[in-house]
Design a protein around this ligand. Structure first.
Ligand code: G6P
Length: 610
């Protein structure tokens, strides 16, 4: 994790770097720092805490520097202290380095370097990079020194380096952590992701693993780790700056919850023919044969994306004629699953940078399987490591707790399920049509649901001081119960557990008493009576029941303390609709508890370490 940014140009670097760091803060926010090249001096400021605290420390600092680096950290090696904050330096040559990732074999290098007289001041793995560069740097060729320093290092990294002896250069490199270059007029940038640079430029070049770049104000040059020059055309990024800002909402998360009608509509757009029921996904053409021959389908992902995969399994199973398994990418990778050229692995990831998901994909491809990625961030590593990519078009998601990316993933997975079924002849377009018609009503129905926000906020007011919650769902709403519990725990720090409603009596029922709130999801689309019985079981133990349902009946009213009504739809749309009030509920509870909603403690948006 961690966010990094580098700049070389004509503007004052200090303000620009702090601005970019604020946008990168979702990647880690336990400490922050910047380095500025001021003539022959290297100015360094770093401290534990958020970027705002760093900015405060620097408020009196006047700097003409037009070259510099910035870093916001999510600690792995060494606690979040001032000295462990980046940039790290070699004072001898005035070299500063920022790093996102982990250097796995740093210890022997650290010992060796200390032995040779290098003074280490941090507990991080990253500091070795600065000292190793110093060993190879003759004061003229920084790029070459970085290239040589990186040769023996193992692990994942994106780094940026400046040195006062090469005062008009920033050198960057990547192996396993994201890095994008921004091209401007007489200025150039590097950063961990696109939104950090959007207010400066939309012309970007994605660096691949095993590549370095030399940035000067008037040019950017790319090289591989052997030192060979590479050429790559820049891309125009369509995301606009406004979507990456809060637009009057108190938090990004709230704004992103409200953007779900658009996120779903954009993801569905131009990908179907409503008149025939045909699904049109030209981006998957390269995979047609593999899709047709697949004997086994794995869905792999982490976090919220994993719950999207789990939902797809429930939805697809009724018409798929091959087995489907859903696995956490971190487990899949090491559990030695049987994989061959007839296995289709579908990797789901908002960022496309999650280390565990990338690891699973690499393993799958190495063993002959084909990989289809569902990704939100354009040009992300996962898209380049997969055989084909189906983009969700949710736009930039900044809040650490995923919301609009999830509903967009559900929409993309619904389309993909129909697409695969049509390709295989399991469903004809005509048979798909009714489901498709219901799916495209999604954005309007989400819009309707969002109007219930004040009702849900009132409910949050009643419950925000509780310390425990249960979420129950069954069949296609089981993953949504898990997601509801995840949202609540992530941002409010309330202990919340999601369970399959049928599992209630095998353990969690022991937790029910008159204090315990249970959120139960019940849809007319599936096992309505069964879930109703599960509510009775909670009620019989005097539990507090909040029912979320698309079918209110007298019985439901009798056993529920509170009811949130969802518009009626179909199996295809119900998961998307049911998750919206759960997101709003978690959001308002967290807001009432005064937590840092967009940057909850200990979490990061994109987990680029294993
Ligand atoms: C982190 C985020 C989650 C996200 C998960 C997977 O844990 O906090 O919100 O669901 O990573 O991220 P991805 O980018 O692969 O979807």
């Amino acid at each position: 994790m961690c966010g990094i940014v580098g700049y070389v140009g004509q503007r004052p670097a200090k303000e620009l770097l702090l601005d970019a760091l604020k946008k990168l803060e979702y990647r880690g926010y336990d400490s922050a720092g910047i380095a500025l090249v001021e003539g022959t001096q290297l100015f360094l400021a770093k401290r534990a805490g958020k970027v705002n605290e760093l900015a405060e420390t620097l408020s009196q600092k006047v700097s003409q520097a037009t070259v510099g680096l910035g870093h916001t950290r999510w600690a792995t090696h060494g606690p979040p202290t001032d000295s462990n904050a980046h940039p790290h330096c070699d004072c001898h040559r005035k070299i500063a380095v920022i790093h996102n990732g982990i250097i796995e074999n740093y210890l022997p290098f650290k010992e060796e370097l200390q032995h040779r007289g290098h003074r280490f001041v941090s507990e991080t793995d990253s500091e070795v990079i600065a000292h190793l560069i110093e060993e190879h740097y003759d004061g003229t060729n920084l790029l070459e020194a970085v290239r040589k320093a990186l040769q023996p290092l193992r692990g994942a990294y994106a780094i940026a380096v400046v040195a006062t002896d090469s005062p008009e250069e920033v050198v960057v490199a990547r192996a396993g952590s994201p890095l994008v270059l921004g091209l401007g007029a007489n200025e150039n940038f590097a950063a961990s992701d696109i939104p950090a640079l959007l207010s400066f430029t939309r012309t970007m070049v994605f660096l691949n693993d095993g590549e370095l770049a030399l940035l000067r104000h008037d040019r950017v040059e790319l090289f591989d780790f052997e030192g060979h020059r590479i050429s790559r055309a820049p891309q125009k990024i369509e995301w606009d700056v406004v979507t990456a800002q809060k637009q009057g909402y108190k938090h990004f998360m709230l704004k992103e919850i409200h953007e779900q009608p658009h996120a779903v509509a954009n993801t569905l757009q131009n990908r179907y023919e409503l008149s025939t029921g045909k699904i049109v996904l030209p981006e998957l053409h390269g995979l047609t044969e593999r899709i047709q021959n697949a004997q086994m389908v794995y869905l792999v992902a982490m976090g919220t994306a994993y719950y999207a995969g789990l939902t797809a399994k429930y939805l697809w199973r009724e018409f798929f004629r091959v087995p489907i398994a859903v696995e956490l990418a971190s487990e899949f990778r090491y559990s030695k699953p049987y994989l061959d050229e007839n296995t289709l692995v579908i990797a789901i990831s908002q960022s496309g940078e999650t280390a565990d998901t990338l690891g699973a994909v690499r393993e799958a491809r190495a063993r002959g399987a084909s990989v289809l990625a569902i990704v939100n961030v354009v040009g992300a590593t996962l898209t380049r490591e997969s055989d084909a990519t189906l983009y969700t078009h949710a736009g930039p998601e900044i809040g650490v707790a995923s919301t609009k990316a999830f509903s967009a993933q559900l929409a993309a997975l619904a389309l993909l399920g129909f697409f695969i079924a049509q390709q295989r002849g399991w469903l004809s377009p005509a048979q798909t049509r009714p489901a498709l018609e219901s799916l495209v009503r999604g954005p309007a129905l989400i819009e309707k649901l969002l109007q219930k926000e004040s009702e849900i906020a009132r409910l949050a007011q009643i419950f925000y001081e509780k310390e425990h919650f249960l979420f129950l769902g069954r069949d296609l709403l089981y993953p949504i119960a898990l997601e509801g519990a995840l949202k609540l725990k992530e941002i409010s720090y309330i202990h919340a557990e999601g369970y399959a409603a049928g599992e209630l009596k095998h353990g969690p029922i022991a937790l029910i008493d008159a204090q315990m709130p249970t959120v139960v999801l019940v849809t007319k689309e599936s096992v309505y009576e069964k879930v109703f019985s599960n509510i009775e079981e909670v009620k019989a133990r005097r539990g507090i029941v909040i029912t979320v349902t698309d079918q209110i009946s007298k019985e439901i009213e009798r056993v529920s303390d509170f009811i949130i009504e969802i518009p009626q739809s179909s199996r295809w749309l119900a998961p998307v609709l049911f998750v919206v009030p759960l997101q709003l509920f978690a959001y308002h509870i967290a807001d009432l508890r005064g937590t840092d909603v967009d940057q909850p403690r200990n979490l990061a948006k994109s987990v680029t370490v294993e």
